[in-house]
Design a protein around this ligand. Sequence first.
Ligand SMILES: Nc1ncnc2c1ncn2[C@@H]1O[C@H](COP(=O)(O)OP(=O)(O)OP(=O)(O)O)[C@@H](O)[C@H]1O
Length: 317
Amino acid sequence: MLTDSPALLVDGLRKRYGDRDVVSGLSLRAARGELTAVLGPNGAGKTTTIECCEGLRRPDGGRVEVLGLDRTRPENAAELRHRVGVMLQEGGLPMAPHAGAVLRHVASLHDRPEAAGPLLERLGLTTVARTRVRHLSGGQRQRLALACAIVGEPELVFLDEPTAGLDPQARLAVWDLVRELRAAGTSMVLTTHLMSEVEELADHVVVVDRGASVAAGRPAELRGAPHVRIAPPPGTSAATLAADLAAALAQHAGLDTCAEAGGVVVRGTRMDAAVLAVVARALADTGHGAAEVALTRPTLEDAFLSLTGRELRADAA
Ligand SMILES: Nc1ncnc2c1ncn2[C@@H]1O[C@H](COP(=O)(O)OP(=O)(O)OP(=O)(O)O)[C@@H](O)[C@H]1O
């Protein structure tokens, strides 16, 4: 096994259901000791990809290496079962046993498991330890599935929407646990629709759309730099305003003005209140005015929407 291999390497992954390619040449890399978030619209192919990495689905093409081992080779399955933790979107828990018994059973499958009691306590499950899984609330099942994924102290954990449907207190408890795991050096791959979760937890983000990876980087890289955004006044096109403003700003080296998404955007290496004042003066010089001028700090959600579009997908799952 190569110790300098990434926690997860996916290269040119393909998966087809019937005559539909749902994953078409997807590549991503998750470094060891980091939390990599995989984002994408409903139906983008995230769960299918992660399930191929977990060994639950067989890829139709491409390479999947988990902790340096080829995931598609049956001889690696047993070793990876011990070294990788999986929290499935649907939980995958047996319904009849008590919650505590399920966790103790999963713990018994590992060589050096974490103690089940304290883990149940951390996830607010002590009072339901003797409740059958089928009688747990959705959020309690979700937390039990997380406990089962990490009780074996795996090197890599896959978390598929781990806080979907949890109340804010439970979400914070899960986030604290995830931070502790990362501090202890655990590699994690997380899929989520919550941008706040990504902002809080992710070291690295991969954006997936229509079965392929469309962007990857640190959250700050994906968010992009602050810029001045100007909404043209009624009756003035963004293109006209951008051209006139660019001329008015010509003597200010390092500022780049363009029309973008119905507005005008000014970018530069340093974007602060002083630059905002310069842009506002130049705007006044154009004689156009503006409906709105603001120094904007793009959010991850802005970046996500600009990468994947705003329209609801007809093929959304
Ligand atoms: N077993 C299956 N048979 C046929 N089609 C499937 C199957 N599993 C998933 N799909 C389809 O594959 C596409 C990708 O689904 P997938 O669950 O991977 O998306 P996702 O990005 O995880 O979506 P979400 O964010 O909604 O969980 C969807 O259009 C889905 O309907």
